[in-house]
Design a protein around this ligand. Sequence first.
Ligand code: RB5
Length: 140
Amino acid sequence: MKIAIGCDHGGIALKPLILALLSELGHEVSDQGTNSESSVDYPHYAQSVCDLVASGECDRGILVCGTGIGMSMAANRNPKIRAALCSDIFTSRMSREHNDANVLCLGARVTGPGLAEEIVRTWVTTDFAAGRHLQRIQMF
Ligand code: RB5
């Protein structure tokens, strides 16, 4: 898959790990920044990633900020985006199986590196179950 990734200064600690994991799993990554610890505004990075997913240029997106909350709020303003803020493996799996989440949001100040890697691994390897879940996501 082609996966867009973006973070702010609060999320930068997780980004190198996620980039390495996605590459190990054979995915192509489009890194939309930020690339330093200088303070930036997360909505810009959320929008860059969501634009790539909404246009079909990327299959999915991953956004990381301090809590994941701001990124998920900003991402979900986009009609074609179903962003899921996940801090455990169960919600990561369900966000794919039941919600067909096309953007994963993580909080680098909430979720440690080992768990974050497993959340990402689960999220990129889990398929949408469709069926009754398809009707539901078509309702919004
Ligand atoms: C930045 O300090 C922080 O507010 C941001 O990373 C994020 O947690 C917002 O939701």
